[in-house]
Design a protein around this ligand. Sequence first.
Ligand code: C2E
Ligand code: MG
Ligand code: MG
Length: 627
Amino acid sequence: MKMPAILIVDDEPDNFDVIETLLSDHLTDSVSHPIGNPINHQDYQLHYAFDGQKAIDALDTIQPDLILLDVMMPGLDGIEVCRRIKAMPEWQAVPIIMVTALSTKADLARCLEAGANDFVSKPVNRIELRARVHSMLRIKQQYDELQAAAKQQAALEAEKVLWLTQHNSELEAKVAERTAQLQAQTQLIQHNALHDPLTDLPNRTLLLEQIAQKIDRVNDSDKKQYAVLFLDLARFKVINDSLGHIFGDRVLTIIAQKLKKHLQITDLVSRFGGDEFVILLENITDAAEAIQIAENILADFQNPLLLNGYQLFIGVSIGIVLGNESYQEPADLIRDADIAMYRAKRKGENTYQVFDAAMHTQALHRLTLESDLRQALERQEFIVYYQPIIDILNDRLIGFEALVRWQHPTRGFVSPVEFVPIAEETGLIVPLDQWVFQSACQQLATWKNQFPREVPLKMSVNLSAQDLRKTSLVEEIDRVLKQAGLTGDSLTLEITESMLVEDINKTIELLNQLKARKIQISIDDFGTGYSSLNYLHRLPADFLKIDRSFVGQMQPDNRNYQVVSTIIALSNQLGLATVAEGIETQQQHQWLQQLGCELGQGYLFSKPLAAHEIEIHFLQNGGLDCK
Ligand code: C2E
Ligand code: MG
Ligand code: MG
């Protein structure tokens, strides 16, 4: 630790020695010393100045911890020196003890007023001097320590501030980076929530939001019209099934791009479902503009889509609905565009249909029919009618086709042409067909018992595509036949031509199982579907049933006549028998006989009838003749 430095200011050199002596217990050297040469005691380092100015000048060099200042000096007197030193901020804190022979209260007051901290009166008393020096030095030391501590504290504070500033900016940078990342992630999450992952097109949610906004704007007198287009691809399942889902996915992505090309920036095309797309045209002037866009899209789809060396022709049906004030719910627009799309689909491939109110009524009608249909089986509203099938070469009854009828509690008879497609779409066809099948088998068994014949009667029953898909079909047929006490050879199952296309190998396998039970197979509505000669010859079928639309419009040498004649020839070639549907006139009967058609059914022989009517007209009294 530094030894305290005391500056003694006195014009009288002898006084130095006095003070020196008084301050030191073991003073060895009491000679006066020139200024600046300190005398080291064990306790203090003493410095001397002979006048006030010299003392002030020496402050920087000496760095005194205490000043003993004589009051009475020539030139600057002690009081003035004291005042000046105390006026200098860097020396303000150094305690000054005035050494004075003056001891009046006024003198002391002047000293204190000049800033002196204490005083010692002359002649200097040793104890007093030492006590005062000691006390002042202790105060100075404490002051220095405080200063040092404050300095250290300030340094620490500064360091802390620096550290904080640095860390703060690092933190700020990190926060900014993290915020940017979070924003990007949030945007991605928001994007994904509203877009289809495969095509990146807006999804159903975003579409409905956009339509809702458009509805609001129209309500707020935005007079621009808008339209919703519902697009459904034809036979897309075939692409997926034959070329795989990955290929199918790529096709969908290409189609998404294709559709975008036809739209304005304000329009929106969304992927609505598997192979369904919905377009919202935001700003059209009239219906013609929406139709034009639909036509452009249809024309574009006429071009084959080239992918992996394949040339794909993809059909599309478009339903168009024009927005107006009556639409308040986005879902209603989608519903109506969908209804119109179904209409377009029924008209054929690559067409559009604009929605109109009549379609809505029909759709409602269909909807109620659908819900009624769900209860019809339980409520036993179905009846099986039977239409005789005739050997037309000798007009003998060989059996019946079972045709279901629905006796609706309020609408009366509903045609199967109307409800069978609905039952197929809703899956209700499976239990319905099962019921028809069981009823027809029971009926045949009853008739066989009641009206035994030389040539046993046979029963034809219609099946749907969904029945064929059911794995337990053969098992169920076996069970019902057994229950009714019938053998397979009394049964013909009718499947339509279009049902065969689905999975021909599986169908052939199923038909072979039926064949093994001697059940006969009839290809119904032949000529209206997509049969390929390629697989027709592989089918274990027994009959081709010529669709009634050909028979009904037969005229010698017209196209229908040719078709009928070709089907009969083809049937012969394949070793199958032919059944003609819808024979209504003697003339048709005759032509069919001439062409070699073996079997037939139609109003000429009988309409489909209830069981008891069949009994009256065809079975009782050995009634073999049917005309
Ligand atoms: P389909 O199997 O081709 O049945 C022949 C249809 O032709 C019957 O219509 C029958 O009433 C009608 N028909 C028969 N002769 C004549 C005629 O001389 N002139 C005219 N104009 N029509 C005649 P229906 O009973 O209305 O049945 C329509 C279709 O509904 C059937 O066509 C069949 O595909 C389906 N269907 C009927 N019953 C069932 C069933 O139980 N299950 C299934 N899956 N489909 C059924
Ligand atoms: Mg049939
Ligand atoms: Mg038919």
